[in-house]
Design a protein. Sequence first.
Length: 402
Amino acid sequence: MEKRLVDELQASIEGLAATLGQSVAIDTPDGELIAVTRDYGDADPYRINLLLQRRMPEEARTYFWKRMQESTPNRPSYVPRNTALSIEARWCYNLGNGMAYLWLLDQGAAPDAAIIDRYAERIVAALAERSIVEPVDRRNRRRAHIERSLLGTDDGAHDPAPGDPMDGAVESVDQALTVACVAISGDGAHDHAERTLSTVVRIARIFGFSAVASIEDHGRLVSVLDYPDHASRSYDAAITDLLSAANREVRSGTVGVALSRADEPLRCRYARAAVAQTLGSELCADDVFILWEQIASFAVDVPPEASAPGGERLTRFIGLLRAPEGYAFETTAALFHAHHGESAAAILRVHRTTILYRQRQIKQLTGIDLTHGPDRHLAFSAWLTELCRRRISEDLRGALRP
């Protein structure tokens, strides 16, 4: 997104805020924050939370939705106070016939309509040039297409007819998109995963991306980011800046990312982002933002064929890793993580002789010696492959190669 457009939009809402003497916020119809002015001391807890999360909470979306539908370009709607949601009364203005919504906290009377109209015209003009504000129907249909492509359910039944405004867009829409995903695991992890991904998306917007779709699928939250020109040098620079900023600002979690590739289906990019997240959480503990390219060499399935180097032993070892009641998987995992300073025995909370006994058993059953360098490397590669098999569905893994 050109910096000029961002500056024009920000200048317009800052001008409106200065004229009214109160802060102004603009959201997409989906509740994502587009722009906000400096605080004039009137921000309620809800707005402060929105500034942090960049996305409207579901309960607030439900509360606001009816009032948003009631507003028109010529008549704002009034949203009453809701103490349970920490929402103060505010006015909602429909910009560009559903293009975006402008919010002002209620200060006792409706703001001067002439002032709002004057600035609304400038705001709409700036918004109209941004990809985030495509016509509502086109944007919704594009998002639905993206979501179906991610899930592998797009059978072409929803393709537009010739002459339809979406004709031609469906075929090219996948090419310019970057996919980011984060896993949900453990108690309370959904909120943490959502915060992590929301922070990355917020940072991405700073560097010119826009969030065009999101799904929750098989224990993962997935966001799709668009960039005006993914074939340009600026895209590569934006990714580099995003990687650096995300790893600096996000405190925990692992977000796997697959970049735009013109020859890859979107579901392939999703699969690569999922693998990047899964392996990155094990291989790159100090980084949050993990590109597929960083771990691609670890994502190749270990060949279990007898003709491959160590093939017969590896086949037996993989079988032991997959044994429902076996100890090989957790023992190999503990040995893999032991290089961080904590011993495998301490990780598993067992005596070290237990680890030694298990290593001997594994060697007797499979021929893989976990104390021997080359065998250890082979075992870790097989363990990473098994980790992906456990955490990523067979169908999604099958989409790795277009």
